[in-house]
Write a protein that binds this ligand. Structure first.
Ligand code: PRP
Ligand code: URA
Length: 226
């Protein structure tokens, strides 16, 4: 897989894919976590800062309804509040790195789990386990996975949610790093799913790792790298 064969994703940018503003601050956070010499402590804390930005951006895509409050000086503030019932669904393992950031903003949120792993050799995803709230079909779902590479894992997770009755348009995939192949796979198959990401990488290498990328996110975050 090289950049020459990368699919075009122009049509997905903006509506289907929300890329965080590429500010100097965000680039500085990325610089720390992409450094192969980064300590595990830095990798965890800087990636969690980016995750917090992603979660806030994802929540911004959900429906709000008018809500008026009285301020301490007796005036009305014509505000907004969240309308939907929510559920966070981390794709275990790496997606669990995003759970705390979501809970920090939405303390009462329901959390489902799906355990999907890429086969080390074939890179094909295998679904091992899932646990989702019974009423998930009535909820907006924040699907959490920091890595969207070939898109195989995300497609399995989205299919599971659809089979449980979640409307495609109620799924927001919250993601730290992606690449054209992953975007094309998910948006091509599920045009109503939205993706919030902080970076679109140049290409996939022959091992289906993103370049320049970050290496294996799960291994670096959980300290299981060599
Ligand atoms: C990684 C990552 C995604 C998946 C992305 O998980 O967290 O779930 O690969 O790759 P894809 O888009 O090509 O499917 P992995 O299976 O390595 O497990 P981990 O979460 O334990 O690191
Ligand atoms: N999973 C990762 O952790 N990193 C990649 O680049 C691709 C999949």
């Amino acid at each position: 897989m090289t950049s020459t064969s990368a699919p075009s994703i122009e049509q997905y940018l903006g509506e289907n894919v929300r890329l965080l503003p590429q500010t100097n601050q965000l680039r500085a956070l990325h610089t720390v976590i992409r450094d192969r010499e980064a300590s595990r402590e830095d990798f965890v804390s800087y990636s969690e800062r980016i995750i917090r930005l992603l979660v806030e951006a994802a929540l911004d895509l959900l429906p709000f309804e008018p809500h008026v409050v009285r301020t301490p000086v007796g005036a009305d503030y014509q505000g907004l509040r969240f309308a939907p019932k929510l559920c966070g669904v981390p794709i275990v393992r790496a997606g669990e790195s995003m759970e705390a950031g979501l809970r920090a903003v939405c303390p009462a949120i329901r959390i489902g789990k799906v355990l999907i792993q890429r086969d080390k050799t074939t890179k094909l995803p295998h679904l091992y386990y899932s646990a989702l709230p019974e009423d998930i079909a009535q909820r907006h779902v924040l699907l959490l996975d920091p890595m969207l590479a070939t898109g195989g894992t995300a497609l399995v997770a989205v299919r599971l949610l659809l089979d449980r009755g979640v409307p495609e348009g109620n799924i927001v995939f919250v993601n730290l790093l992606t690449v054209a192949e992953g975007i094309s796979a998910v948006c091509g198959a599920h045009p109503a799913v939205r993706i919030v990401t902080s970076s679109i990488e140049e290409r996939l290498d022959e091992n289906a790792y993103m370049i320049p990328g970050i290496g294996d996110f799960g291994d670096r975050y959980f300290g299981t790298d060599k």
